[in-house]
Ligand binder design. Structure first.
Ligand SMILES: C[S@@+](CC[C@H](N)C(=O)[O-])C[C@H]1O[C@@H](n2cnc3c(N)ncnc32)[C@H](O)[C@@H]1O
Length: 210
């Protein structure tokens, strides 16, 4: 990983949860300005709106909540209560300072989420199922904490949907554990974005726990 100030390039080049912890600890304080505002990041808005349009309701878990951008949109749309989980204590501190979330749960998604099973009626995640971050096996941890019928809205980087195994995992889960799966392609950044990732796409996977 580079020693330079955190940016999109370093985020996409992450390889391990330890590298994520280190990068986001450095980035937490100015993520909203140096990344979200500067890159015209919109994915959290699309993800929250898709969740609400599909009838999603609280209590909701925001997975890889970061500084709370997706939770902020959900709260504006009247959804709650919302809990945040993330591997980075520093990102969660930023999220909690915004008075959006009921609770913060520091956890590596790859190792599970330390809350009781079937705690949530909804799960959202924006920007976390992407290159160098979290892969498809973490979907099992999400389903464990979701109630039957829970609405789930996850953004998945489109470039890696097939190659990282999300397609195969969701196809497998659709046989028994999830239902009503739809995929909606959306731009990650808005019209003000510049740089090589300005036209990057994500798929918003919407489904219910069976
Ligand atoms: C690009 S940020 C997205 C944050 C927020 N959801 C948003 O849309 O702005 C990715 C987040 O995933 C978290 N993350 C990365 N790897 C993780 C892991 N293994 N378990 C839990 N969270 C992880 C990072 O700490 C970071 O806050």
């Amino acid at each position: 990983m580079s020693d330079d100030a955190p940016d999109l390039k370093t985020a996409y080049a992450l390889n391990t949860p330890q590298e994520s912890k280190r990068l986001y600890a450095q980035w937490a304080g100015d993520y909203d300005q140096s990344f979200a505002a500067r890159e015209d990041y919109h994915l959290h808005i699309h993800t929250a709106r898709a969740f609400v349009a599909a009838g999603g309701q609280g209590p909701v878990l925001d997975v890889g909540a970061g500084t709370g951008l997706c939770g902020g949109v959900l709260a504006e749309l009247g959804v709650g209560p919302i809990d945040a989980t993330d591997i980075s204590a520093e990102m969660l501190d930023q999220a909690m300072s915004k008075d959006i979330y009921r609770d913060a749960i520091e956890a590596d998604l790859n190792l599970g989420i330390p809350v009781q099973r079937e705690s949530y009626s909804g799960i959202v995640s924006s920007g976390t199922f992407t290159t160098g971050h979290v892969g498809p096996d973490a979907l099992d941890a999400l389903l464990r904490v979701a109630r039957h019928g829970a609405q789930i809205a996850l953004s998945i980087n489109a470039k890696h949907y097939e190659s990282a195994g999300f397609s195969a995992k969701l196809e497998h889960l659709a046989k028994t554990r999830i239902q009503s799966l739809t995929l909606k392609e959306t731009r990650i950044y808005g019209d003000l974005a510049a740089g090589e990732h300005r036209d990057d796409l994500a798929l918003i996977a919407l489904f219910e726990k069976a």
